[in-house]
Design a protein around this ligand. Structure first.
Ligand code: PLP
Length: 423
């Protein structure tokens, strides 16, 4: 599962004590386990071995260059959603032919750049976007590959902000429009429609919604084949759920058992875009307790990390396990119900509410578990807080993969106009 565990009541990441990392590098601190991340990647690849999928790690889950490089070195492709992510993907050494690009709002500049670099294909989300790519592709010699992102209208049973495959969501193209596009494909002479794409949401813990979506797409493929349309790729997107609390998400093996028979019947090349599944449980956010405060109704534990570092609890009402990084036996007897909150001037700035935890005191360290995905990548400078340092642990070694921001970093792009300087 993951390489964060207690040994003699101390929390370890692989072979390193988390407390040592916290003292050496300071807090707030993101800690990633290299082997956990690779293990998840390999598990998915192994489960789908018989169709040799191209596993394109979803960059937005955690886009640190070192993380991208580690995965790319093991053969991963990358799934990107912006020009910035294209830039990162190439800097991390990802071959352009292993990059797929989705987003409902690709700009002309972003499209041009991706065409120039020769990415594998765009996942196109609307007819106007398709026409725009066709227009831009006209300036280049070779045809540009695209896959149609289908909105299969299924209920993925996850948080509404991370549902993307219902017909009321902004993502993808419905079947009727997709059919029309495929039938008029010859009039779009600068592009080649090479596949279909689905991505129905995130943190999906059951196979049923995936199976429902894949079945719909396969029926559609069969219908289109009858109308003379043949394609090369089926991109399944990401969305595989992980354990945050007591979820029982499908494993890679179970997921494969459900969908492989369907995929094989299509004969198409398979692409997958896991993000959370690979990096979610491979990262934690370490924070230090600044103060403990009791009010007539509540006990608050105030830590030095905030919603700017990890927004998931505030944004999605997401649950994260909180662990003390020292766990003396006595702690189990003395527990209390607390809110773990950050220093930010928002009541939404919390990591846990009414959570029963061993008694914490000032100076203790806590770990917010399963913070590897949509943690750092969604972090901000709100309250002029410098973004956290990130370290990657490989067995008994820890490598800084992002420095803590400096105060100068905060101001780097700001300009006081001359008139305000009295000039
Ligand atoms: C965000 C995203 C993913 C990854 O989703 P996870 O839930 O992290 O696996 C994959 N594909 C697309 C198009 C996405 O937008």
């Amino acid at each position: 599962m993951h390489e964060f565990r207690y040994i003699n009541n101390r929390l370890y990441c692989e072979k390193v004590k988390v407390e040592e990392l916290a003292r050496k590098f300071g807090t707030p601190l993101y800690v990633y386990s290299y082997h956990t991340m690779l293990d998840h990647f390999h598990k998915l690849q192994a489960a789908f071995r018989s169709v040799k999928p191209l596993v394109c790690y979803s960059v937005k889950a955690n886009s640190n260059l070192a993380i991208l490089k580690a995965l790319v070195d093991k053969g991963a492709g990358l799934d990107i959603v912006s020009g910035g992510e294209l830039y990162r993907a190439l800097k991390a050494g990802c071959p352009a032919q292993k990059i797929v690009y989705a987003s409902v709002g690709k700009t002309d500049k972003e499209i041009e750049e991706a065409v120039k670099k020769g990415i594998l294909f765009f996942n196109v989300e609307s007819l106007p976007e398709l026409e725009n790519i066709n227009r831009i592709a006209g300036r280049f010699k070779r045809p540009v590959n695209v896959a149609l992102r289908i909105n299969p209208d299924v209920e993925p049973k996850t948080h509404k902000f991370i549902t993307t495959g219902k017909i009321t969501n902004k993502f993808g193209i419905d079947f009727a429009v997709a059919r029309r596009i495929l039938l008029l494909r010859r009039s779009l002479c600068n592009i080649k429609i090479c596949g279909l794409h689905i991505h129905i949401g995130s943190q999906i813990t059951e196979s049923a919604p995936f199976v429902a979506a894949i079945k719909k797409v396969i029926a559609f493929l069969a219908r289109m084949k009858n109308e003379g349309v043949t394609l090369e790729y089926l991109n399944l997107g990401g969305g595989l759920g992980i354990v945050y609390d007591n979820e029982k998400p499908q494993t890679a093996v179970k997921f494969a058992a459900q969908v492989l028979p369907l995929l094989k019947r299509t004969g198409l090349k398979v692409i997958m875009e896991p993000g959370r599944f690979i990096i979610g449980n491979a990262g934690i956010l370490v924070a230090r307790v600044l103060y403990c405060k009791s009010t007539p109704r509540k006990r608050f534990v105030i830590v030095d990390a905030g919603m700017n570092d990890l927004i998931r609890p505030s944004f999605y009402n997401a649950y994260h396990q909180i662990l003390p990084i020292r766990y003396p036996l006595s702690a189990i007897r003395y527990t209390e119900k607390v809110d773990i909150v950050g220093p930010i001037c928002e009541s939404g700035d919390f990591f846990a509410k009414d959570r029963r935890l061993p008694r914490l005191k000032e100076g203790d360290f806590i770990a917010v578990m399963s913070a590897g995905a949509y943690g750092f990548s969604m972090s901000s400078n709100y309250n002029s807080r410098r973004r956290a340092k990130e370290v990657m642990v490989v067995k008994d070694k820890a490598f800084v993969i992002r420095k803590r921001e400096s105060f100068q970093d905060l101001l780097r792009n700001e300009i006081i106009p001359a008139f305000l300087m009295g000039l």
